[in-house]
Design a protein around this ligand. Structure first.
Ligand SMILES: [Zn+2]
Length: 403
């Protein structure tokens, strides 16, 4: 029985921290008999093919198997006092391997295993880090994905949903499921530390808000959701702090989240052509892009002011909410009613920093996109590069200052 994996050996009786563990290396673990003797486990590496040997009979103290499904396990031996920390193993093979290790001494004596032969260099395979599936027939329905995958590409094979086994691939960085018929992005996607996610040409209607609060929000650099059926992006979208390239062309987006411009720190390449955008949030003006494409959106004309009735005399609820926001007081559904939480979350910030709720001026101004991006496509056939952006202003005084 053989198992390819990455291995780090912890020496429990080491005298100094520097000597307490080996360097992680790809290795081959083999279990078998030496002649007609008891079962042994041999660890072979490229540098040491004949390997180190561990007796199995009454020698395995403990097996830490909580993460076997992720291809990780630690085996603790009594003599020598070593912990073998296995990672990047095939989960199915690892499970079979552990079954053999768990046999009682009596069962070990009778179980039939192949004799231990010196491993061949080709057995010391490298972990599979890339998988490209070109047809439905190549899809690993029963075998599962190698846990060491870093790049998984499976375009145009009529996948109707996310395969949940993907969420166990903790090393995955690049995922391409473009050109399929996926409708729903599961919330579990938030836990993957992907740097590239390509989901163009599917039938996705929404991006769950939870993805803005997971590991993926800090790691994702490239996101392609073009040619889907998105009608909105979650308000948490600005939390994708590392996003450099974003493609949202050919969707049905009518608005962008108010905080969209908070992607200013990382975002450089943005395309949202052929959507249904009628205006952009004010924060959009903060972006500093290298390339921008907003062609084919039905943008409104600018210069409109919608005045709210109670602008000069805000209600008591509005005044209290303004104080809560100004003082940055913490609130949640445990401390105040849900309706009040929603009310507080609905605040619109004036350019002066004041938070407004029901009493504000809604002003549609014009933004020259050449101030936002060094390279850009006009938004229509006539070559226009100005688009409407919406502002919320707390008073006529602030409107005057803006104008
Ligand atoms: Zn103001």
């Amino acid at each position: 029985m053989k198992l390819s994996c990455d291995l780090e050996v912890l020496y429990r009786l080491a005298r100094s921290v520097g000597d307490s563990k080996s360097k992680k290396a790809r290795c081959l673990l083999s279990i078998g008999r030496k002649g007609k003797d008891e079962l042994h486990l041999i660890v072979s590496t490229v540098k040491n093919v004949t390997g180190s040997t561990y007796k199995l009979k009454k020698n395995v103290i403990q097996i830490f198997d909580k993460f076997t499904k992720d291809g990780k396990t630690t085996i603790r031996f009594s003599d020598p006092a070593h912990d073998l920390c296995i990672s990047k193993a095939d989960p199915v093979k690892l499970k079979e391997f552990l079954l053999l290790l768990r046999l009682s001494p009596k069962e070990q004596g009778t179980v039939s295993v192949a004799p231990l032969l010196p491993p061949k260099m080709r057995d010391l395979d490298k972990p599979v880090t890339r998988l490209s599936i070109k047809s439905r027939g190549e899809y690993p329905i029963e075998a599962g994905f190698p846990s060491s995958l870093e790049r998984l590409v499976a375009p145009n094979i009529v996948l109707t949903r996310f395969d949940r086994r993907i969420f166990n691939l903790s090393s995955l960085q690049h995922l391409d499921l473009s050109g399929n018929v996926i409708k729903v992005i599961p919330e579990e996607l938030k836990d993957l530390s992907l740097s590239e996610l390509i989901l163009s040409g599917n039938q996705i209607k929404e991006l769950p808000a939870a993805v803005g609060y997971g590991a993926i929000a800090s790691s994702l650099k490239v996101l392609d959701l073009s040619r889907n059926s998105l009608t909105y992006l979650p308000q948490s979208f600005h939390l994708f702090k590392s996003l450099v390239q974003l493609k949202l062309d050919c969707n049905e987006l009518q608005v962008l989240p108010r905080g969209f411009g908070r992607l200013q720190g990382s975002l450089r390449f943005l395309s949202i052509s052929s959507n249904k955008l009628v205006l952009l949030p004010f924060s959009f003006s903060r972006l500093r892009l290298e390339s921008l494409d907003l062609y084919g959106n039905p943008f409104k004309a600018g210069g409109l002011v919608r005045r709210c009735k109670n602008l000069n005399m805000p209600g008591l609820m509005e005044l209290s909410a303004r104080v809560i926001k100004k003082q940055k007081l913490l609130y949640n559904t445990q401390t105040i009613p849900v309706a009040l939480c929603h009310y507080l979350d609905s605040s619109k910030k004036c350019l002066c920093g004041m938070h407004c709720f029901d009493a504000y001026l809604h002003y549609i101004a014009k933004l020259d996109l050449s101030k936002v991006s060094s390279s850009l496509t006009s938004v229509d056939q006539s070559g226009t590069t100005c688009v409407p952006i919406e502002l919320f202003l707390c008073s006529a005084k602030c409107l005057k200052l803006w104008k």
